[in-house]
Design a binder for this molecule. Structure first.
Ligand SMILES: C[S@@+](CC[C@H](N)C(=O)[O-])C[C@H]1O[C@@H](n2cnc3c(N)ncnc32)[C@H](O)[C@@H]1O
Length: 208
């Protein structure tokens, strides 16, 4: 049984609905958002609980309205840095309301992570972007995986949460140790959560 911290909390529902309105308003114009509601606060805490400890440098792909960003900052140490890469300009503005010096927000795609980190290596990458077919092009997916593998530290951990299992195959090609679970407490539908580590060399196209 999961800890109470990772299960629905009624008091968190009103602010969660407010954030959902921000997301829904943008979804009309940007299909890459790929969801009708942010990750729930309890689901986001569960995702954040998967980061390695201690973590000094983390990267978040697709923070959206910041649902997972806040718990990630809570889970990191006071001297940690979190680099958030978000393509939607309205979400970038919304994220700037998070008052935390440890958070560095870039309006950028996940595939730019290597350039943005400029040689530094991340202890973890947490991804909420839509890898599923019909959203990112195969070339973009390939570039994101390559940048991810170059950005992660040798012992770094890649964490993905998605409503589909599209990252399962590439993760098994790229990492020696892949854990998968279905988190049922998120609003419908449940979330697939992946935690992968033990980088392998990239030998083929990673688009599929
Ligand atoms: C499913 S939403 C997740 C939002 C938020 N992390 C959450 O859990 O509620 C996907 C987010 O990824 C962003 N996104 C899509 N493609 C991206 C890319 N290539 N690089 C960075 N962000 C991307 C979208 O704008 C959107 O904010």
């Amino acid at each position: 049984m999961l800890e109470t911290l990772y299960r629905p909390n009624l008091r968190e529902i009103p602010p969660y609905f407010k954030e959902s309105v921000v997301l829904l308003r943008n979804l009309v114009r940007d299909r890459m958002i790929a969801t009708w509601a942010p990750t729930t606060p309890w689901g986001a805490r569960y995702v954040a609980s998967k980061i390695p400890k201690p973590s000094f440098l983390g990267v978040e792909y697709g923070p959206g309205t910041g649902a997972v960003t806040r718990p990630l900052l809570d889970a990191m140490g006071s001297n940690g840095t979190l680099i958030a890469l978000e393509t939607n300009p309205n979400f970038v503005e919304h994220l700037k309301t998070i008052d935390d010096d440890r958070l560095h927000i870039h309006q950028a795609s996940a595939e730019e992570s290597e350039g943005i980190l400029d040689g530094k290596k991340a202890n973890f990458i947490v991804s909420g972007i839509p890898f599923s077919r019909g959203f990112l092009s195969p070339d973009t997916v390939d570039r994101i995986w390559r940048a991810t593998m170059h950005t992660l530290d040798e012992h770094g951990v890649f964490i993905a949460y998605q409503v589909r299992n599209a990252v399962r195959r590439p993760l098994h090609r790229l990492f020696g140790n892949v854990q998968e679970e279905l988190y049922w407490w998120n609003m419908f539908p449940p979330l697939y959560i992946y935690r992968a580590q033990g980088k392998k060399p990239i030998t083929e196209s990673l688009a599929a």
